[in-house]
Design a protein around this ligand. Sequence first.
Ligand SMILES: NC(=O)c1ccc[n+]([C@@H]2O[C@H](COP(=O)([O-])OP(=O)(O)OC[C@H]3O[C@@H](n4cnc5c(N)ncnc54)[C@H](O)[C@@H]3O)[C@@H](O)[C@H]2O)c1
Length: 260
Amino acid sequence: MKPVYEDLVGRVVVITGGGQGIGRAYALAFAASGAIPVVADINLRAAADTVRDIEAAGGRALAVETDVTSAPSVDAMVAKTLAEFGRLDVLINNAGLYAKNVPPATDEIKRPFDQIPLEEWDRFLRINVTSAFLCSRAAVATMRKAQWGRIINTSSTTVMMGLQGYLHYVTSKAAIIGMTRALARELGKDGITVNTIMPGLTHTEVPNPAAVPDKVIPMQCIPRKEVPEDLVPAVLFLASEGSRFMTGQTVNVDGGSVHV
Ligand SMILES: NC(=O)c1ccc[n+]([C@@H]2O[C@H](COP(=O)([O-])OP(=O)(O)OC[C@H]3O[C@@H](n4cnc5c(N)ncnc54)[C@H](O)[C@@H]3O)[C@@H](O)[C@H]2O)c1
């Protein structure tokens, strides 16, 4: 894709979970737009692969092993970003847990809510919600100093559907919408916008054991599989100057399966 937003050139963009899937597609697209992605992932090898591909295409990027559920790890990632580039303009809170093979491995997690172990509930809330709090908290000082920043959180259309069998996941992704609205109110005066991207069922290079595309595609207005590149233009826009008067919003990109 050709660069669309020239103001993204030179912007430093932290992408959590940028080692694979949707986050990897974001990293490649920001680099192609002249931005500098910081690929913050618990899987360093995957993050390094993303960076290698960006560098092979002539871009600049940094891989940082990060556990987004750990405050010291997140703080160290932001410190490393600032030491390397002296700025952090955009934070994309993308890392998340669903049913895919994230360490430690998660098998099929669909189950009635009263059979969800508390440990599993806590893990979903920590990886999907607490992570966004920790990363936003760590990134905000430098954004405030610059009086410019973009925080982009990640929800899911499962919130609008009330998808059955994944109470922890759906609850965590609903919490992100509330966090986005409340944080937007706190940060608007500092030139920092906070928005949420809401992907539908998105087919990445990683098989999703919980995906049921045959049921989802007929619900969409545009009846085909969603891929990460479908989310990229909306995220570039939310990171750009073009979205300067949009904040606290949920941007749904799902081929029209639900209407926000
Ligand atoms: N793929 C979909 O169908 C879909 C639909 C709606 C929303 N989403 C959301 O989009 C985001 C990306 O989804 P995806 O399909 O690309 O996911 P994915 O599982 O393919 O990738 C997630 C990435 O996050 C990293 N990660 C996991 N735990 C981490 C931690 N503690 N610290 C740092 N990194 C960690 C993983 O190593 C991996 O690289 C997630 O928040 C997900 O919930 C995905």
